[in-house]
Design a protein around this ligand. Structure first.
Ligand code: UDP
Length: 242
């Protein structure tokens, strides 16, 4: 077993990671696969927190475009969707014997804790996987921004962005098979080249707070473990100063 490169890590999972390709909702097998990878890393002694997206349930802006729902309401619905996903991941992990807590930025008192920074850190110190639902609690932003924010708040050393491809490509590898993958990028390169990695606000927050970002494929078994052990998996984004 390798040395740990990172001891406190924030993993960002998109809602679409929880369902089948092109589908909506929650798929039990996709959940089990993700939870298995998380368990492996938690068992290494890594303090692990997750920010869960909600794109498999509701994306506020998209819903508002297609309905008479006011956009702000759509975003509130999106945030509640992330709480649903957080609960799904919680039960799957607990079923595998992993101790967890869900904290939400939107109060849902009967089902999970509120987000309280100091309490979240305490859970991490006790070896619990902390699942952040409810996004930032504010409409008109995404869970990518939430991931950068929570990573900063809890002092995570790195943000791991789970995707369905093995890193950041110069163009979409699903439509352009000749697209090349970057092993390393700086924050400025991501912004200047307008690479679709995370929102600009999320990139900016990681840059301001000196938190590197690693984009990797969570569907490859053992990949997250390799990342926390320092293997060059996916694309690493940092300030480029070593
Ligand atoms: N959302 C929000 N504020 C937040 C986080 C999320 O309003 O702080 C809403 C927003 O409508 C977003 C939806 O929740 O589209 C689902 O989150 P996101 O799109 O980030 O999910 P992902 O693409 O990661 O599955």
């Amino acid at each position: 077993m390798g040395e740990l490169k990172y001891k406190r890590v924030l993993l960002k999972i998109s809602g679409e990671g929880l369902c089948l390709k092109g589908d909506k909702g929650i798929d039990g097998e996709a959940l089990r696969q993700i939870a298995g990878e998380i368990k492996q890393v938690a068992n290494l002694g890594v303090q692990l927190c997750l920010v869960v997206g909600g794109g498999n349930i509701v994306r506020g802006a998209e819903l508002a475009r297609k309905s008479h729902i006011v956009e702000a309401t759509g975003h509130y619905m999106g945030m509640l969707g992330t709480v649903i996903n957080a609960l799904a991941i919680q039960d799957t992990l607990e079923g595998m014997g992993v101790d967890t807590r869900v904290q939400s930025a939107v109060a849902v008192d009967r089902v999970c804790e509120k987000f309280i920074r100091r309490r979240a850190i305490r859970h991490l110190e006790k070896g619990r996987v902390v699942i952040f639902g409810g996004g930032t609690g504010n409409p008109f932003v995404t869970t990518d921004t939430c991931a950068a924010l929570r990573a900063t708040e809890v002092g995570a050393e790195v943000v791991l962005k789970a995707t369905k491809v093995d890193g950041v490509y110069e163009s979409d590898p699903l439509t352009d098979p000749s697209a090349r993958r970057f092993a390393h990028l700086t924050f400025n390169e991501v912004i200047d080249r307008r690479l679709k990695v995370m929102d600009v606000s999320a990139i900016d927050m990681c840059q301001q707070n000196h938190i590197p970002l690693i984009v990797f494929d969570l569907n490859v078994p053992g990949n997250m473990r390799r990342v926390v052990e320092g293997e060059p998996v996916g694309t690493r984004i940092d300030a480029g100063d070593g």
